[in-house]
Ligand binder design. Structure first.
Ligand code: FAD
Length: 289
């Protein structure tokens, strides 16, 4: 099923995310994780591609496993570390496996290499155009409420976002944010720019103190004092930190839904236990059929 169809409905959707294994020998375990995540009945489940030093080799296999568990799958696809030929072969593989949803991304520019080479994509917008040409996919794109770290200004970033959507994005998913006002402010600017596709709010449950430093250095996220206080208080108590992180993410989601934001994506990584607790906290707010 195309995710764009789900996002058109006037109802709350909660989706989750996982990453693929690094080695083929781990594939069966990760398919098991996909099955556990699917049992939570998210509206859809996405699988990353080469994120944060991870692999891209098994994204298609995991997306296929997600579909086989009866949940619509989104396969992420990045292009900065590959040739156009390689990317096009992955698109064909997705088509052959009937995976209808692609989150089209540039990916981070690899360090210490010339970029882009003539047979590489420069930006996600070019990848989107090729995916559109290759088949009838639902195409998503990434957006950054706090601005993409490379962008000279938020206005310039928003202009590129508008062009990306006009090139054929059916929906957007935001980078994680820890203060909902950042999302509300971003949406004001998105609507003023006449960007009219659904903008799914990305929420990251931070359940161990080590994550927070990595998140800030990777994405430049602002971390509110309220959240830092939680980390200060519970960093040395893993169980308490996990519980507090789940509560914080739940509170963010409830505030978003209360303010009319229907579509939430949990950066659940491969933690059905954490995603499950959040879903349980929302059991009368997000009705799972
Ligand atoms: P683009 O849309 O190409 O934008 C990148 C930068 O270029 C921005 O600063 C933008 O303003 C600028 N720009 C865009 N178009 C133009 C143009 N035409 N001319 C000049 N400048 C332009 N990474 C992974 O490796 N794997 C994943 O699975 C993954 N999943 C993600 C999921 C989400 C929801 C998000 C928000 C990010 C994800 N990332 C992932 C990280 C992402 O790959 C990086 O943030 C990357 O640096 C930018 O990718 P993009 O698709 O947003 O790039």
């Amino acid at each position: 099923m195309k995710v764009s169809e789900l996002l058109k409905k006037d109802q709350v959707t909660i989706s989750c995310e996982m990453f693929p294994p690094k080695k083929g020998s781990q594939l069966e375990d990760y398919k098991e994780t996909a099955a556990k995540m699917a049992q939570l009945k998210p509206a859809y489940l996405s699988c990353t591609y080469g994120a944060a030093g991870g692999t891209s080799d098994y994204t298609v296999e995991i997306a296929d496993a997600i579909n086989q568990n009866g949940v619509p799958a989104i396969a992420h696809l990045t292009c900065a570390s590959s040739t156009k030929e390689k990317v096009r072969s992955v698109i064909e593989e997705l088509k052959a496996r009937r995976i209808e949803n692609i989150l089209a991304l540039r990916g981070d520019i690899p360090e210490h290499v010339d970029f882009p080479l003539p047979n590489q994509y420069h930006h996600a917008i070019e990848l989107i155009a090729d995916i559109k040409e290759a088949g009838d996919f639902c195409i998503g794109g990434a957006c950054y409420p706090e601005g993409h770290p490379e962008a000279a200004s938020r206005e310039e970033d928003l202009q590129h976002l508008k062009e990306k959507v006009d090139a054929g994005c059916d929906y957007l998913t935001t980078q994680m944010f820890f203060d909902n006002n950042i999302y509300y402010n971003f949406m004001y600017r998105v609507l003023r720019k006449n960007i009219r596709v659904p903008v799914v709010a990305g929420i990251m449950p931070v359940t161990n103190a080590g994550q927070i430093g990595r998140i800030v250095s990777l994405s430049g996220n602002l971390v509110p004092a309220k959240f830092l206080t939680i980390v200060d208080r519970f960093a040395d108590d893993p169980k308490a930190m996990k519980q507090a992180g789940i509560a914080y993410a739940t509170e963010q989601i409830i505030d978003l839904i209360a303010n009319g934001v229907n579509h939430i994506h949990i950066y659940s990584m491969n933690r059905p236990d954490i995603a499950g607790k959040i879903m349980d906290n929302l059991s009368d707010i997000y009705i799972r059929e």
